[in-house]
Design a protein around this ligand. Structure first.
Ligand code: PMP
Length: 340
């Protein structure tokens, strides 16, 4: 019999899928790591696992205890699912601007969801600070412990990606990976995979793909944390150097506007059969830009972070897209009767 002992063992070892159109356009092999195939359906299942294991190993929490986190949603969904598999309860704090689908998933997985207004990190009521205070308050009353997962500044996140995700990419490409590109939320994915791949190969090139509204593109190109514009993408767009990003710097940085990433998300549906979230659009656009910088014949990997179904009411909703001045694909509009 071949089976996973429990949900925990089903995290990771996701397939690498060749992105045909992006590969043809660049003359490179562009591969997407299918993170939406994790058990709770996003790349953040990995971070959830690393953070839970870290809390248990440190003795910060025991079975029956509570794990608390501030998240754009996917980490919360991962923590809720894996938390149950570990015998933990979960309390999730999310900014109210995030998609209804992610909020519903957190609730459906049995976690307690606390929605807070979306305010900048400098504001003490920002979801990250709110979740830390909530964890501190719960720790006083929970006999089995309550712990703040702290995905942004707990380097168990980055180190887990270095040890596992990067190693999977190395093994799956037979060591033939020339570049890796990704957006940043906590930085765990980008900095961790950079650490892991660079320890395997001195020549591998790492690229940041940043949406407008984030400050990292300006930081890595001009040395200043400065933001302009905005993006409808969720789960990415960082305004500070988190602890997971400390000591990291990319070889290339690209800024990817929504007018590039969102039409790309729509094209992926028709051209590849992949229905993905906005951050995957930013990632693939970043991988294409990196492939163009490296030239034909190279192998570039990126992350397919989560499914588009997590953003059905936004990315696949004609009136939402129109309200953001983004193009609506003909096949999404009710009047269109042609076969895409
Ligand atoms: N894409 C999505 C959809 C996410 O939810 C996140 C995590 N917030 C990321 C990308 C970024 O990953 P990381 O936190 O590892 O930088």
């Amino acid at each position: 019999m071949v089976y996973s002992e429990n949900l925990i063992h089903a995290v990771g070892n996701t397939p690498l899928i060749k992105l045909r159109r992006a590969s043809e356009e660049t003359g490179c092999t562009i591969l997407g790591k299918a993170e939406f195939m994790n058990p709770a359906q996003s790349v953040k299942d990995r971070a959830a696992l690393f953070l839970i294991e870290d809390a248990l190993e440190r003795g910060a929490i025991q079975r029956g205890g509570v794990i608390v986190e501030g998240t754009a949603g996917n980490t919360g969904i991962g923590l809720a699912a894996l938390g149950s598999a570990f015998g933990l309860r979960t309390v999730i704090v999310m900014p109210d601007t995030q998609s209804i689908e992610k909020k519903d998933a957190v609730r459906a997985l049995g976690a307690k969801l606390v929605e807070v207004p979306a305010v900048p990190y400098a504001n003490p009521n920002n979801y990250v600070h709110y979740s830390r205070r909530l964890a501190e308050a719960l720790a006083k009353t929970e006999s089995k412990g309550a712990v703040w997962a702290n995905q942004f500044d707990n380097v168990a996140n980055r180190d887990g990606h270095a040890r596992t995700t990067a190693e999977e990419i190395w093994q799956q490409t037979g060591g033939k990976v020339d570049g890796f590109a990704s957006a940043v939320g906590t930085g765990g994915t980008l900095a961790g995979i950079a650490l892991g791949l660079r320890s395997r190969s001195a020549s591998v090139k790492i690229a940041l793909a940043d949406p407008p509204g984030a400050s990292l593109y300006s930081y890595y190109t001009r040395g200043v944390l400065e933001a302009h514009g905005s993006s409808i993408t969720e789960g990415i767009g960082q305004s500070r150097i988190t602890r997971n990003l400390e000591g990291f710097s990319p070889d290339f940085s690209f800024e990817i506007p929504d007018t590039d990433s969102i039409p790309l998300v729509h094209r992926l549906v028709v051209e590849e059969g992949l229905c993905l979230g906005g951050s995957s659009g930013v990632n693939i656009a970043g991988a294409v830009a990196l492939a163009r910088s490296l030239g034909p014949g190279h192998v570039v990997v990126t992350m397919l972070c989560d499914s588009g179904t997590r953003y059905q009411s936004k990315l696949f909703n004609p009136s939402f897209l129109a309200s953001k001045d983004l193009p609506v694909p003909a096949w999404l509009s009710a009047e269109d009767v042609s076969v895409p």
